[in-house]
Write a protein that binds this ligand. Structure first.
Ligand code: IPE
Ligand code: IPE
Ligand code: MG
Length: 235
């Protein structure tokens, strides 16, 4: 498996429950999303020390455009601000940031902020942080298939690089907060053998301890990759 060749685990997080967190407190949903940004900061800071080499965070799905305009505007504003404010801090911490998903539908200034944040953090080696914005796993797979140069069937590794936008390891663990137990079009190709961890905790409450608990649960799993024993390189 690709993942075992990379330094550190690839963890994907479906950051769900911002709205329910806010509603439970009598707050507007936008404040739940704001608290969700603080949780991102906590988890990114904790990740390298917990053995994570690649962290992919699902921030906005291509289906999230279906939400009310004011909520979309609030989310985009928060993401723009995060990208602008966080780039220098991430670079200082040795975190490389890349953004996956479509950029051509993002409102003013976000595509530019992504480009700048990616450029400023390009040398980071402590953690590869990937943020999924206007992301759809099915769309990523379709785009990779449409861009194949010839009719030769590619290897899964080669095709996977096209789907992921580079040599990204397979996902080892997908975490979803807030109780739902579904993937909602997140990293479908890359998660073929991912372990799944679901927690009731709403994303704004998620912290380093919750991340550690998910990784402890992961460490107790037996990954067999279709065989009968645990492959040595994946142990
Ligand atoms: C996750 O929280 C953030 C996004 C999907 C953008 P939600 O906004 O989905 O929160 P719930 O699921 O409504 O509680
Ligand atoms: C998935 O959450 C997308 C993100 C966390 C960004 P949703 O809240 O949009 O997913 P569904 O609609 O409950 O499946
Ligand atoms: Mg949700």
């Amino acid at each position: 498996m690709q993942s075992s060749l990379q330094a550190g685990l690839h963890v994907g997080i479906i950051m769900d429950g911002n709205g329910r967190w806010a509603t439970a407190r009598g707050l507007p949903r936008a404040l739940g999303h704001k608290a969700g940004i603080a949780a991102i900061r906590r988890v990114v800071e904790a990740a390298p020390d917990q053995g994570i080499g690649t962290l992919t965070l699902y921030a906005f799905s291509s289906d999230n455009w279906r939400r009310p305009q004011d909520e979309v505007t609030a989310l985009m504003g928060l993401l723009r601000r995060y990208l602008r404010e966080e780039a220098a801090r991430l670079a200082k911490a040795g975190v490389r940031l890349t953004v996956i998903g479509r950029r051509d539908r993002l409102p003013g200034g976000i595509a530019e902020a992504i480009g700048r944040a990616e450029a400023v953090t390009v040398a980071g080696t402590a953690l590869h942080l990937r943020i999924a914005i206007d992301y759809s796993a099915r769309a990523a797979i379709l785009a990779a298939a449409a861009a194949l140069p010839d009719s030769r069937t590619p290897s899964a590794t080669e095709f996977g690089h096209r789907v992921s936008g580079g040599p990204v390891p397979d996902v080892d663990l997908v975490i979803r907060t807030s109780g739902e137990q579904r993937l909602s079009d997140f990293l479908l190709w890359e998660s073929a053998y991912a372990e799944l961890h679901f927690t009731q905790t709403h994303w704004p409450d998620f912290d380093a301890g919750d991340l550690a608990a998910a990784l402890r649960s992961f460490a107790g799993r037996q990954r067999r990759f279709g065989g009968l024993t645990v492959p040595a390189e994946a142990a």
